[in-house]
Design a protein around this ligand. Structure first.
Ligand code: NAD
Length: 308
């Protein structure tokens, strides 16, 4: 035994718990405690594992007396007060690559659902209709895909679409990705060119001051009337009001969205009334495989950390 204690405050994969135990850690599981409970519970633990819940607030972090590392079994750190952790010299880690394939597959799923009106058809059939006449779609095959942000997820989407649908790939990123250029014949262009030339635009940038409302009214107006916009990155990257206008007034043909400026999407939101948009509730990383990978990745990182 190492004498180190890990508090697992979210549901993580059994294999991750086994990894910790096999390396001599004492593991205590208490899933999603409230802030008060977590603040008292945290004392005596050296590591804390969470997912998008529970909230690891400043108060929780300052209540800890032995904590050295906070691990997010996943990507986003929105529920962790990273600043407070830094003040107390507590390391914060995550598993940034664990959900790449899952998010990429969802992005492609949204593309197909919008292009072939799958969600629309399903909705109408359940209302007792046979909406064949209204469900004429377009193929993805041979079309141009514009990737905004050619990192892990963007590159994976590019590969799936290149090798699966023979799409032409163009991309915009502050950094050139020569490997992607070689692999899928991707062409590096500026954002305006990408928006003008793409049949499908898929967004994969992090949320930063530079990417906040990167896709605004002016940018949406550059897109083809027949184009489809996919966003599985962060809601704030797209100006929602401008997007609603674009979808209503036909500046673009449709959109597939997994992320929103306000989550959960408020009741009665204008997006919910549009037929040419497919919505999913931020489920990009919500797969069995991504969750398993995320748990194991952070468990291994914790083991490594305490070996140092
Ligand atoms: P990554 O860091 O591997 O790639 C991001 C890419 O964006 C990088 O190549 C970077 O250079 C580029 N970039 C940065 N600023 C840019 C700008 N101003 N314009 C164009 N490109 C820019 O990240 P990733 O793992 O591919 O994740 C991409 C996005 O997906 C992130 O926003 C992440 O939050 C989101 N995500 C969503 C879900 C979900 O559930 N829907 C799950 C995981 C990740």
């Amino acid at each position: 035994p190492t004498g180190y204690r890990v508090l697992v405050a979210s549901h993580i994969h059994e294999k991750a718990l086994e990894t910790l135990r096999a390396n001599g850690f004492e593991v205590v599981v208490r899933e999603e405690p409230g802030e008060d409970e977590l603040a008292s519970l945290i004392k005596g633990f050296h590591a804390l594992i969470v997912r998008s819940k529970p909230l690891v607030s400043r108060r929780v972090i300052y209540s800890a007396d032995s904590l050295r590392i906070i691990a997010r079994a996943g990507v986003g750190l929105d529920n962790i007060d990273v600043e407070a952790a830094r003040e107390r010299g507590i390391e914060v880690i995550n598993a940034p690559a664990s959900s790449t394939m899952s998010v990429a597959e969802l992005a492609v799923g949204l593309m197909i659902s919008v292009a072939r009106k799958i969600a629309f058809s399903d909705r109408r059939m359940r209302m007792g209709e046979w909406p064949k006449k209204h469900a004429v779609g377009v193929e993805l095959h041979g079309k141009t895909l514009g990737i905004v942000g050619a990192g892990r997820i963007g590159s994976t989407v590019a590969r799936i679409c290149r090798f699966g649908f023979n799409m032409n790939i163009i991309y915009y990123d502050p950094y050139r990705n020569e490997q992607l250029e070689k692999e899928v014949g991707a062409r590096y262009v500026d954002l305006d060119t990408l928006l003008r030339e793409s049949d499908v635009v898929s967004i994969h940038v992090p949320l930063t001051p530079q990417t906040q409302h990167l896709i605004n009214e002016e940018k949406l107006r550059l897109m083809k009337k027949t184009a489809i916009l996919i966003n599985t990155s962060r809601g704030q990257v797209v100006d929602t009001n401008a997007l609603v206008k674009a979808l209503k007034e036909g500046w673009i043909a449709g959109a597939g969205l997994d992320v929103f400026e306000e989550e959960p999407l408020p009741k009665g939101h204008p997006l919910l009334g549009l037929e040419n948009v497919v919505l999913t509730p931020h489920i990009g990383a919500s797969t069995v495989e991504a969750q398993e990978r995320a748990g194991i990745e952070v468990a291994e990182k914790i083991v490594e950390y305490f070996k140092k």
